[in-house]
Design a protein around this ligand. Structure first.
Ligand code: GLU
Length: 515
């Protein structure tokens, strides 16, 4: 009786400890779409008590940009996206930079060659060009590979000789044609692709002794025991090849989730680096200076965004909690996030919504913390005030701002007395009798002992009432004298902060300047 074939005791991915990775290539500053990918990986890992790995995919040395790795790490640290292991963080599965894993990949390339799942190809760029000219829509695959210069068409001796003579070669995967390849995507469901449309992708190049992205990516995901590959939609076309590679190695493939594209604000096409410059908003987390051209791209941090606001904003670009809740901090996001609730269709990058989130987060940030952030701006303007005064000022104006730097526009008059008066406001609000009224007001204010908002307000209003004066006219002229224009918070809150002496001085200045 034939023995029953033993089943490999493989655990289902869903039963293993969740391990995800963020695997950027250091080819420039991390795009905001990449930040969202990192965030979703992080939320998923934390929700499942899993690990989050940072792997740097730097096998393409031509596209390597110095400073990009530091930039990626600094960006994610600023945003509070933390890694459990990886480049700079260490761990038991390193090294985590692909350029430091050459020897590992070599062994796996050989394994595929030995199993005839891959082959060596010597075709030069010129030969490939000639084929492209000869055959329309040429693709290196089952229908053409036997007409090319490779280890399937050359003898073992010829292949060895070519290699020994120093000829460069590549290793290609041998894809069997006409087979349905199934990618099970947690967001998109079952994606089926016929293998005949895939080409025999290059897995390794002898010239730089490095694998290509595809091989390195899946070898590392396997060795690092990644259970879930969560990445941008632009990688979906690579997924069938990856499934075939896992199969070629007889490895269990991880679960896949391909996130929806980030679209331009008008929904027409993919959000690009240039859209930021064109439409005037950052598409990078931090400012970036191109090391070659010196060009500067703006960043969310420098534009005055709070990291929590950026996180909340990005979390909702492609996912929602299934109700109308919009304000969620990292812990709430970790609780609520779900891959199956990610949308399949692209998410419009609604920059205005980003500002709205920042406004909301500014409102819920304590005045003390905002004061700390505002102080460097005040120093730049060469003004200062005791911390408690700054805190008070912030409490009066914060409602009107979406960014810390806007606090200055809303509050500069607290620190600097008006030197000119807004013409329009002056015409409308400085009446014929204003100078007289303001002179009388000065006399009233001079007698006020306790300059608290409530007390001064009560005294001034009482004076107005007793004399039957027009409240609006007096208040308008008063405000113009203190602020220089028609804006600002409650007037007696302003006088409380300015104090008696400064209040009187400003009224006097206005009388001199405006009469
Ligand atoms: N290195 C790829 C990138 O730059 C990673 C793709 C993946 O996550 O598999 O996005």
């Amino acid at each position: 009786m034939p023995l029953k074939k033993l089943e490999k005791p493989t655990k289902k991915m869903s039963e293993k400890k969740v391990r995800v990775r963020f695997a950027p290539s250091p080819t420039g500053p991390l795009h905001i779409g990449g930040v969202r990918t990192a965030l979703y990986n992080y939320l998923f890992a934390k929700q499942n008590g899993g690990d989050m790995i940072l792997r740097i995919e730097d096998t393409d040395s031509n596209r390597y940009v110095p400073g990009a790795e530091d930039y990626i790490i600094e960006s994610l640290e600023w945003l509070g996206i933390k890694f459990d292991e990886g480049v700079r963080y260490g761990g038991n599965y390193g090294p985590y930079r692909q350029s430091e894993r050459r020897d590992i990949y070599k062994g796996y390339v050989n394994q595929l060659l030995d199993a005839s799942k891959a082959y060596i190809a010597f075709d030069t760029p010129e030969e490939l060009d000639a084929k492209r000219a000869e055959i329309q829509n040429f693709q290196y695959d089952a229908s053409t590979r036997l007409g090319m210069r490779n280890s399937l068409t050359l003898s073992k001796e010829e292949v060895d000789e070519l290699i020994n003579n120093g000829n460069q070669y590549v290793v290609r995967i041998k894809i069997e044609p006409d087979e349905n390849v199934i990618v099970n995507d947690l967001i998109r469901g079952e994606v089926v692709i016929n293998s005949s449309i895939l080409d025999d992708k290059v897995l390794y190049k002898s010239a730089d002794e490095l694998p290509t992205y595809h091989l390195a990516n899946i070898v590392d995901d396997h060795l690092m025991e990644v259970t879930h590959v969560i990445r941008g939609e632009e990688w979906l076309p690579s997924a069938p090849l990856h499934v075939l590679l896992y199969r070629a190695f007889d490895w269990q493939a991880p679960e896949f989730a391909h996130l929806p594209l980030l679209l331009k604000p008008d929904g027409n096409g993919k959000l690009s680096k240039r859209d930021g410059d064109r439409l005037g908003f950052p598409v990078f987390p931090l400012e970036w200076i191109d090391p070659k051209t010196g060009d500067l791209s703006s960043g969310y941090r420098e534009a005055g965004y709070l990291p929590e606001a950026v996180i909340n904003f990005l979390a909702l670009l492609g996912w929602n909690p299934g109700n109308n809740q919009e304000i969620m901090n990292m812990d709430e996001l970790i609780n609520l996030f779900s891959l199956v609730h990610c949308s399949k269709s692209g998410a419009k990058f609604d920059y205005e919504k980003g500002k709205w989130f920042n406004h909301k987060y500014i409102q819920s940030t304590s005045n003390e913390v905002l004061a700390e952030m505002f102080e460097p701006i005040l120093a730049e303007k060469s003004v200062s005030a005791p911390r408690e005064t700054i805190v008070k000022i912030i409490s009066l104006v914060k409602e009107r701002v979406s960014f810390v730097k806007e606090l200055w526009d809303q509050s500069s008059f607290f620190f600097v007395a008006p030197t000119s008066y807004d013409e329009k406001t002056r015409k409308k609000r400085w009446k014929e009798d204003s100078a007289d009224m303001m002179t009388q007001l000065m006399a009233v204010l001079s007698g006020v002992e306790n300059f608290s908002s409530e007390n001064t307000e009560a005294i001034v209003k009482n004076w107005i009432e007793e004399n039957g004066y027009h409240l609006g006219n007096i208040m308008n002229a008063f405000r113009l004298a203190l602020v220089g224009e028609g804006k600002g918070p409650h007037i007696f809150d302003i006088t409380e902060i300015l104090g008696k002496e400064e209040t009187l001085r400003r009224i006097n200045n206005a009388i001199v300047a405006l009469s």
